[in-house]
Design a protein around this ligand. Structure first.
Ligand code: ADP
Ligand code: MG
Length: 271
């Protein structure tokens, strides 16, 4: 579905993404993992048109989409959610969903006068679609709640819901599980799997929870320091030594150092 060819993204002299080539297969759920600062969100932003790549090319179904702005990608069904949810806090959950699609007839004053009936019909259709989405996500009971009052996990579900208000083809989810409790994370996972199977959505998912990644993803791409470190099936990835080192390397060393210090201190106190 999406192919990245040697993508670079620099901020000043800093190489946040440093020569990434990857393929996101059509119809699959692909995981993107890696330690904080690896360049995962930056890569998402480049693919989704939020940042312009410093160099490299991106194709979608063989067509060059490099440098297209977010709205042009949105029109092609490329959607992303943000690491921090972007709800409209003072609007209801239902209204939040109804805000999404562009090109509604109600947007200009002229249309408001001339096409009242059509606007009313479109709004009915939009409402019906939003109610379907809420039912799908099991958020029906929350329809009139202000979005700002939802829990962190429910806001993430609402973000996924927004991708369902349009005809998405590929959805990029950035840390959809961060700060979400286990039960809700399972609901989010189920929603992703159902959207993938029932509606043919392709997903690319950034997530730190390895259980979640292993359960959901067909394949996993690992990034570290702006580059791809490994690619493979989840079961292979969790056993890959370079991956383990990228995640734990410094942590393990620090633990050893901490143990040495602790021992020296205890030894020192005893003598
Ligand atoms: P990840 O999502 O893997 O944690 P990011 O893509 O957010 O990593 O960040 C990769 C690196 O790029 C980090 O060191 C971060 O500080 C830097 N970075 C990200 N966005 C910007 C920006 N807009 N300006 C400068 N540096 C940035
Ligand atoms: Mg990130």
């Amino acid at each position: 579905m999406i192919v990245c060819h040697d993508i670079h993204k620099q901020f000043g002299g800093f190489r946040a993404v440093d020569g990434v080539s990857l393929t996101i297969p059509d119809g699959a759920i692909t995981g993107l993992i890696g330690p904080n600062g690896a360049g995962k969100s930056t890569l998402f932003n480049v693919i989704a048109g939020v940042h312009k790549a410093t160099a490299g090319r991106i194709t979608m179904a063989g067509e060059d989409i490099t440098g297209l702005p977010p709205h042009a990608l949105f029109a092609r069904g490329v959607l992303r959610t943000f690491q921090v949810a972007h709800e409209f806090p003072t609007m209801s959950v239902l209204e939040n969903l109804m805000m999404v699609p562009g090109g509604q007839s109600g947007e200009t004053l002229w249309n408001t006068w001339v096409h009242r009936r059509r606007i009313a019909r479109e709004e009915d259709e939009l409402r019906a679609r939003a109610l379907d989405v809420l039912a799908f996500l099991e958020l029906g009971a929350m329809r009139d709640v202000l979005a700002g009052n939802l829990s962190g996990g429910q806001k993430k579900l609402l973000e996924i819901g927004r991708t369902m208000m349009v005809d998405a083809r590929i959805v990029f989810l950035d840390e959809v599980g961060a700060g979400v409790n286990r039960t809700l994370l399972r609901t989010i996972g189920e929603a992703i799997v159902r959207l993938n199977r029932e509606r043919g959505y392709t997903f690319c998912v950034i997530e730190h929870d390895m259980d979640f990644i292993a359960r959901l993803c067909d394949s996993v791409i690992v990034m570290a320091q702006g580059r791809i470190l490994a690619e493979g099936r989840p079961a292979e990835i969790v056993r890959n030594e370079r991956v383990i080192e990228a995640y734990l390397g410094t942590g393990l060393k620090n633990k050893v150092v901490a143990a040495d210090i602790a021992e020296a201190m205890i030894g020192g106190a005893a003598s």
